[in-house]
Design a protein around this ligand. Structure first.
Ligand code: SF4
Length: 444
């Protein structure tokens, strides 16, 4: 977790602009990473009119506009609102909802419903800007998540821990809102007991997952006997290759379990079973089958910078999904249309080949966008990167480590004496020439 520099939650938003070295920065939330072609056009025109002409994709599948030196915040807000990208001024920084890039219609509808219900709940405007919901299996570390399991039920997970709480699809939104409210209530109850800085994430609260699970079950009226059984979430059916195309989402890794002390459930003192190491899921790159008969094309956006011809091309799509791998998916295509899209995306500079040198390579803003950066990490990543099917690698300009993947990865951190290359989470160090050290560290 990055070192916290201030107890104040100053997570950037579309209204709360961040003062970056290259000018004000706006972050626009995209629940589920979803947006339409016309919305991308609106974002592109804002970037061209007020910013540096590019969109920046984030590790949580949101979009940032940089260098907004010429922007009138009121005009910016009005244009985002007109495009349907700012449905709530009070809740804009808490609309953090992750979903699989190729989510089916049920999960997409749940994301939209949760977004609406979240924005309609005044108390939840107090959520931290880092608090993350998820619906469906994702690679992101969600605070509260609903995961499809057997018998059309959803498991409600708390910071990746399974307390055995199950709801039907029509209960998912209520359960996630109850869990978010429970987080705020538990945080208030623990205020002053652990540290002066309020918790921003569920795992930062002592016994947070278990305590919030019990509060959530109580609000939902579920008997406590159904919570704490410690049943693992049942994995959905494994992916299979069909017609030579990979089927997404990939198989689910096991989640962590909460083992409750069964007595005194009113004040649980749970024992948490150690979490298994989660293997990073592959990014959807190239033509992939969706599972509903249609196909999609996934492309990587090198270093998350989207502009020029690629932006114009993507804006012609009916529907798009931004992915946490700094990529974009064009879904709901016929195989023939998918092949055309793949060629066009590749021609526009967005790789669709899984063996591209950009596979698994990400970087923070670095110089000149960030004043804290000790290096132009994007330029260095560009000049150094080669294809590897090993661990993902993330380049950062300082120890803060913005945008670092939550799972195992190689960290390339700029320091006053050059780059420090380590394999995370065990921090094994690799020395010597940076390119060689990165290549060695990525090898599993
Ligand atoms: S990690 Fe990168 S973007 Fe974050 S503060 Fe450091 S240099 Fe800036």
């Amino acid at each position: 977790m990055p070192a916290r520099e201030s107890p104040v939650d100053a997570c950037p938003g579309a209204l709360r602009l961040h003062k970056a070295a290259d000018g004000p920065l706006a972050r626009v939330r995209l629940p589920g990473g979803m947006l339409t072609g016309p919305q991308l056009t609106a974002l592109a025109s804002l970037a061209a009119a007020f910013g540096d002409g590019h969109l920046e994709l984030t590790s949580r599948a949101n979009v940032q506009l940089r260098a907004l030196r010429e922007a009138d915040p009121a005009v910016l807000a009005a244009r985002l609102s007109a495009a349907g990208l700012l449905p709530s001024e009070t809740h804009e920084t808490v609309r953090n909802i992750a979903a699989p890039p190729l989510a089916d219609a049920t999960i997409r509808a749940l994301v939209t419903d949760l977004d609406r219900a979240l924005c309609a709940t005044p108390a939840l405007a107090a959520l931290p800007g880092r608090f993350l919901f998820a619906i469906g299996p994702t690679t992101l570390d969600a605070d509260v998540a609903a995961l499809p399991v057997a018998d059309e039920a959803f498991a409600i997970l708390f910071a990746g821990h399974d307390a055995g709480l199950r709801v039907a699809a029509d209960g998912v939104v209520a359960a996630l809102l109850a869990a978010a409210n429970a987080f705020l209530a538990e945080r208030a109850a623990q205020a002053g007991s652990a540290s002066d800085a309020p918790a921003w994430r569920l795992h930062e609260l002592p016994n947070g997952p278990a305590r919030v699970a019990v509060r959530t079950a109580a609000v939902l009226g579920l008997p406590t006997s159904t919570v704490g059984a410690g049943k693992p979430a049942d994995a959905p059916p494994a992916s299979v290759a069909t017609d030579g195309l990979p089927l997404f989402p990939p198989p689910l890794e096991p989640v962590r379990q909460i083992g409750f002390v069964r007595e005194g459930m009113g004040d649980p003192t749970p024992t948490l079973t150690p979490a298994p190491t989660l293997a990073p899921a592959p990014a959807p790159i190239g033509v992939v089958r969706q599972g509903d008969g249609l196909v999609a094309v996934g492309a990587l956006v090198p270093l998350g910078r989207l502009g020029g011809e690629a932006l114009r091309l993507l804006a012609t799509a009916r529907r798009l999904v931004v992915t946490p791998w700094r990529g974009v998916v064009v879904p709901d295509l016929t195989p023939e249309a998918a092949r055309r899209w793949a060629r066009a995306l590749d021609d526009a500079g967005l790789p669709v080949d899984p063996t591209t040198r950009w596979a698994g390579v990400t970087a923070c803003a670095g110089r000149p966008g960030c004043a804290k950066s000790l290096a132009d990490v994007r330029a260095d990543a560009d000049s150094t990167s080669a294809y590897s099917d090993g661990l993902p690698v993330h380049w950062i300009g300082c120890a803060r480590g913005c945008g670092s993947p939550s799972g195992p990865h190689v960290r390339v951190e700029a320091t006053p004496s050059g780059y420090a290359v380590t394999r995370q989470p065990d921090e094994e160090m690799f020395t010597g020439d940076t390119a060689r050290a990165v290549a060695a560290a990525r090898r599993i």
